[in-house]
Design a protein around this ligand. Structure first.
Ligand code: A2P
Length: 317
């Protein structure tokens, strides 16, 4: 569901959010162990080639460098703040309602910006500490009520969650006095983890979805060495060769045709460009189905999470 076109001058189409704002369907992911300047350089290269959606989080420790890079480009007249869609997230030790605004202000300060386009609850399970040694029972509905105030104060334009399952989204949608629906749920989605049920529920309820780690996070040490390598999957390679596109491009295109945004990470300018070159072809219905049939429920993230018994842990099955 590609709705609305960002602007004629922009290279990336967007999804119209339930908040009324437009979110480009392609963004740059920035979670990684970066060397100094690496993420800033990637953000600068990406923006100059047409990326407008940048995804970060307090957890990633990339906010300050991204803020500096964006400021430099704005100063050089390469982009305007209002053309960018900046996403960041508050970490698990900030779920207590009175900690939400300070968390948001911490991100605003780190990015050195006046507002955040999309501010998200990073994970539904709350903790006393950022290291996640001691979980709490703070209800994410109470956190959400505090998040809504950030919109009213003009600090944030759209609100979202990450790693929420269908029941958790449903709970927010049904909560008493809900003022702003979540505009986005950011979850791991790959051809091996299609999340079709969650996606259809979200589309039906006008909650946009963003797929993080769309290539299965190759190179991350939490991904099992035995896990099949998505970018080498023969089916995906075969589909790519029909369209003269790489497996990475097929995966991204499959995602946007299913109706969600994708935020692949790269620090390599050639791959940044390749990941943007996905708007000049369309996968056939048959190829879309073949890709969906690769689903095997293979989740890379949160496999070693210590608190899987917590009632708010989203991935119990
Ligand atoms: P690099 O930064 O060297 O380009 P994910 O978003 O699923 O976590 O995947 C990110 C990883 O995939 C990074 O290691 C990145 O490496 C690599 N990557 C990004 N774009 C491509 C591409 N088009 N083809 C192959 N690998 C890619």
């Amino acid at each position: 569901m590609l709705r609305g076109i960002f602007k004629m001058t922009e290279k990336v189409p967007s999804i119209r959010l339930n908040s009324g704002y437009d979110m480009p369907v392609l963004g740059l992911g920035t979670y990684n162990s970066f060397k100094p300047n690496e993420v800033g350089d990637a953000v600068k290269a990406a923006i100059q080639m047409g990326y407008r959606h940048i995804d970060t989080a307090w957890l990633y420790k990339t906010e300050p460098e991204i803020g500096v890079a964006v400021k430099e480009l704005i100063k050089e007249g390469k982009v305007k703040r209002e053309e960018l869609f900046m996403v960041t997230k508050m970490w698990v030790h900030c779920h207590e309602p009175d900690q939400v605004e300070p968390a948001c202000r911490m991100s605003l300060e780190a990015l050195d910006m006046d507002y955040i386009d999309m501010f998200q609850i990073h994970f539904p399970v709350p903790f006393v500490d950022k290291e996640r040694t001691k979980p709490t029972m703070t209800d994410y509905l109470d956190t959400w009520r505090a998040m809504e105030k950030l919109v009213d104060k003009g600090l944030v334009r759209s609100l979202g969650v990450c790693n929420f399952n269908k029941q958790q989204l449903e709970r927010i949608l049904k909560m008493d006095g809900l003022k702003y629906k979540p505009s986005n749920n950011q979850v791991e989605i790959t051809p091996y983890l299609a999340e079709e049920d969650l996606l259809q529920f979200s589309l039906k309820n006008d909650i946009s979805t963003t797929a993080y780690a769309p290539f299965g996070a190759p190179g991350q040490n939490y991904v099992s060495k035995d896990a099949p390598k998505l970018l080498e999957d023969p089916t995906i390679v075969g589909i790519g060769s029909k369209y003269n596109k790489s497996p990475a491009q097929v995966i991204l295109r499959w995602g946007i045709q299913r109706g969600y945004a994708v935020i692949p990470k790269s620090t390599n300018p050639a791959r940044l460009a390749q990941n943007m070159d996905i708007f000049d072809f369309k996968l056939s219905e048959e190829d879309m189905k073949t890709m969906l049939a690769l689903d095997r429920g293979l989740r890379n993230n949160f496999q070693t999470f210590k608190w899987k018994d917590h009632p708010f842990f989203p991935y119990k099955d």
